[in-house]
Design a protein. Structure first.
Length: 134
């Protein structure tokens, strides 16, 4: 004889069987209760959505980010100093009348590459600043 099943069928996919305990201060808990009332969503769904929606966003360690940006700034300063030294040397060679056209063309190519990298870096830094504000 087949036993007749009563009740809800067993859930095969999407079963939530893992639990995380979290403690809140009184103020934080009241904020969650206010959000629950105003949005009409259960506390568990509210917290789950707040955490999991946008979970692809990366949480950044601010100290490491600042150190990395500082190192990038230092390297950009060094590159700028090198470019100024090369330009000064090229001017010296030009005054002496021994400046080669090949050197000038190569310098212009390298300066253009440096400017392109600097523009891309500026765009990336702006993107980082915008993302850190979210």
């Amino acid at each position: 004889m087949k036993k007749r099943l009563c009740g809800r069928p067993p859930m095969l996919l999407g079963k939530r069987d893992k639990k995380i305990d979290v403690r809140f201060t009184k103020e934080e808990y009241e904020l969650i209760l206010n959000l629950e009332k105003s949005l009409g969503v259960k506390k568990t769904d509210l917290i789950r959505n707040r955490i999991l929606v946008g979970s692809q966003l990366v949480v950044v360690n601010a100290r490491q980010l600042i150190c990395a940006l500082d190192q990038i700034g230092t390297e950009m300063d060094r590159a700028g100093n090198n470019i100024n030294q090369l330009a000064r040397y090229a001017n010296t060679l030009n005054r002496q009348g021994i400046l080669s056209v090949v050197v000038v063309e190569r310098y212009n190519i390298l300066l253009g590459n440096y400017q392109d990298i600097q523009k891309r870096l500026e765009i990336l830094l702006r993107r980082i600043i915008r993302l850190s504000g979210k």
